[in-house]
Design a protein around this ligand. Sequence first.
Ligand SMILES: *Cc1c(COP(=O)(O)O)cnc(C)c1O
Length: 397
Amino acid sequence: MLETRIAEELACIRQAGLERSIMDLHFVNPVQARDQAGKTYLVLASNNYLGLTHAREVIESARAAVFKFGTGSSGSRLTTGGTFAAGELEKRLADFKHSESALVFNTGYMTNLGVLYGLLKPGDVVFSDELNHASIIDGCRISRCRVVVYKHNDMKDLRRLLETEKVIGQRFIVTDGVFSMDGDIADLPALAVLKKRFDAYLIVDDAHGVGVIGSDGSGTAAHYDMPGIIDLQVGTLSKALAAEGGYVTGKKIFIDYLINKSRPFIFSTALAPATLAAANAALRLLQTQPQKYLGSLWANTKLMRRLLKDGGLQVVEGTTPIIPVLIGEAELTMRFADKLRGKGILVSGIRPPTVPQGESRLRITVTAAHSEEQLRQAAQIITALWQELRQDEKKEG
Ligand SMILES: *Cc1c(COP(=O)(O)O)cnc(C)c1O
């Protein structure tokens, strides 16, 4: 019986202490959320990097779109679901990413499926970083081309594989721009050299890069001041851009092809006008006042990284607002996260299989919308609790 098989598997997951469950919350502002019992938390775990989910201009754009165009899009972009809001957003995205053209998908996840499944063919070989996001892994899988995984951000390993791997069709290199768990940045200068040397196409997923790195907040290419080096730039509207949906930018011929061939684009109902309007408004704010939003995000990132390190925590070095704090054992990590929740702070506990055994960690993120006071208080609670937990461990051990 299916139920028996599933029950056994769930029991295994539970026994290993790896069961996942959903905690429903609602945000009362960009950085605080309330649970069903009415308890309020400071959130240090969201991807709302610029805090734009509650910006007046963004909310007003979404509201105006609902009143003008209704709540749903009513069809695929290729039938009746096309709206001016989508075209307008795509123009803005293409311009922002210094690309010829852009295409919006329903999620970042679907964008990776749609781009990889759409462009990669059997006979091609895709070289993929071992820490790439699940949606890249799945997109590579369903494309049915050969997938070669290289060690995380290890350009020597990538070069060796590019040299030894026989390829009939095209070579592709695909990587996260900012890695979602470690918060480190892909080595674009080295990737550019390899791309040229081996005639490969480069695809970079900037889900955590846009609104976060680069002087204008446009992501990895801007961070290294290498415009035009990436063939296809994937991104999401769901993180710094305060809405939901995903997009890809690149040469017009790639986008035209995806419109005709990419099944996740063709066979799904288009995003609601309000969602597109919200993303468009958020992007407009970032473009017109980059210093205001990025300046706060970067200052908060620096402050929080320093406070945690000074408090004796093992912070993985880096510059992005994704701050991994190494704890070690999965059980201790989850207990730490649970106790923090008890004290009104939400952080994510990350454990195997997402990270290797013994490398469980808290994943702390900050946004432009946190106040200095909130971060100082939170850091104090986190570091005090860490001292307590370590004392307990020593007593037991
Ligand atoms: C979050 C994320 C996605 C998925 O984006 P959604 O819009 O949430 O589906 C894709 N790639 C990376 C690297 C991500 O971090």
